[in-house]
Design a protein around this ligand. Structure first.
Ligand SMILES: CC(=O)N[C@@H](CCC[C@H](N)C(=O)O)C(=O)O
Length: 383
């Protein structure tokens, strides 16, 4: 596929961002595009119980194994502020995490193998719901990757704004953190602002909960380890002279190992129980990890990936450390060995999830080429 075609696809996808599990237009666009490729050795599959997902199998000439390639397809509840002429046409929703770039690269790779039949089988998984609702886990747990759709090794990328366009980067070990969504409901008693003795103020209880949570990473995690707990949403109260009888908080916790995540979850539950006792209120702590396991790259496959990318003169490879962003590809890599890697998209003044995030489209063609060449390498004899 020519660079201009990749850019045209990316711009169309960019204009129709959809939230997790609602990716109907995106699914229709992806299906139409895949149907426009030569169909001789393709099988297209949809999942009745996960209707926005799309799978495409490329049948190999002499298959010894099946290699999977995954892209996420959902967007974020962000109002785009890029000023691009092809900005989001869906109010309040944007591809602020670059999944339009991910999908376009996947279509570019698939188009290549639709025209050049591979030796082994390839399965492309266009996965809904990465940002929330763990679409990867949903698909895996419903038995999607069994029988003819079994995958031996799995690859996927994420775009990265602080790397030059087209640069490939990954590491041995954990690449992305495991995350857990935290929802906390504090239930007390509302009343008159002037009569606190007759009420039970949940703004004060929530403030205390938040303050105690700040001690977890600072005081319970070794200074040589990393973890983060952030509360990004807090709702309580209606007016200055009514004591709030309820407060609601949403946050996320992140760590690089499952052991550490389990520990952080336990501390949050403990603090919730402590607040309930000390404020004589109800505190319901709901923790949901879903499929957001730490993204742990398989040692053998990732060593081969890094060696290949470093040795190919057409590829710029950069080493990297782990990051605290999460990815539900972590769940799939927990079940199927594989490698997740970054693709540089050169937007260093912005960041993932920002309203002005605008990846550099010149990353598309080298991204496709690097993955196509790597997959050819994996399918060569002796690999
Ligand atoms: C790449 C990226 O930004 N991923 C998301 C994953 C969502 C995690 C989950 N919804 C949570 O907040 O725990 C991220 O926020 O890192």
């Amino acid at each position: 596929m020519k660079e201009a075609e990749l850019i045209a696809i990316r711009r169309q996808l960019h204009q129709i961002p959809e939230l997790a599990l609602q990716e109907k237009e995106t699914h229709a666009f992806l299906l139409k595009t895949v149907q426009s490729f030569p169909q001789t050795h393709l099988t297209i599959r949809t999942l009745p119980k996960l209707p926005t997902a799309l799978l495409v199998k490329v049948h190999g000439q002499n298959p010894q194994r099946t290699i999977g390639y995954r892209t996420d397809i959902d967007a974020l509840p962000v109002t785009e502020q890029t000023g691009l002429p092809f900005s989001s046409q869906h109010s309040g929703i944007a591809h602020a995490c670059g999944h339009d770039i991910h999908m376009t690269v996947a279509l570019g790779i698939l188009d290549y193998f639709a025209h050049h039949q591979p030796k082994d089988n390839l399965i492309f998984f266009f996965q809904p719901a990465e940002e929330s609702k763990n679409g990867g886990k949903l698909a895996y747990d419903m038995g999607t990757f069994t029988g003819d759709w079994h995958i031996d090794e799995f690859y996927g990328l994420h775009d990265r704004p602080d790397l030059p366009a087209g640069t490939i980067s990954t590491r041995l070990g954990t690449l992305f953190a495991g995350t857990t969504e935290i929802n906390v409901d504090l239930i007390g008693k509302s009343g008159h602002a002037a009569l606190p003795q007759n009420a039970n103020d949940m703004i004060v209880a929530a403030a205390s909960f938040i303050n105690q949570i700040q001690t977890v990473v600072a005081r319970n995690v070794s200074p040589t380890d990393s973890a983060v707990i952030t509360f990004g949403l807090m709702r309580a109260g209606t007016i200055r002279n009514v004591i709030a009888g309820r407060a609601y908080l949403e946050g996320t916790l992140r760590g690089f190992t499952q052991k550490q995540i389990d520990f952080l979850q336990q501390r949050i539950r403990d603090i919730g129980r402590g607040i309930a006792a000390s404020f004589n209120c109800d505190v319901n702590v709901d923790l949901n990890q879903g499929g957001y396991y730490p993204v742990e790259n398989n040692p053998q496959l990732t060593k081969d990936f890094i060696q290949y990318m470093q040795s190919d003169p057409a590829v710029t490879f950069a080493p990297t450390g782990p990051v605290m962003t999460g990815e539900d590809f972590g769940y799939l890599l927990n079940k199927i060995p594989g490698t997740m890697f970054w693709l540089g998209v050169n937007d260093p003044d912005s960041q993932l999830h920002a309203a002005d995030f605008s990846p550099d489209e010149s990353a598309l063609a080298p991204g496709v080429t690097a993955v196509v060449y790597f997959l050819e390498h994996r399918m060569a004899e002796n690999n």
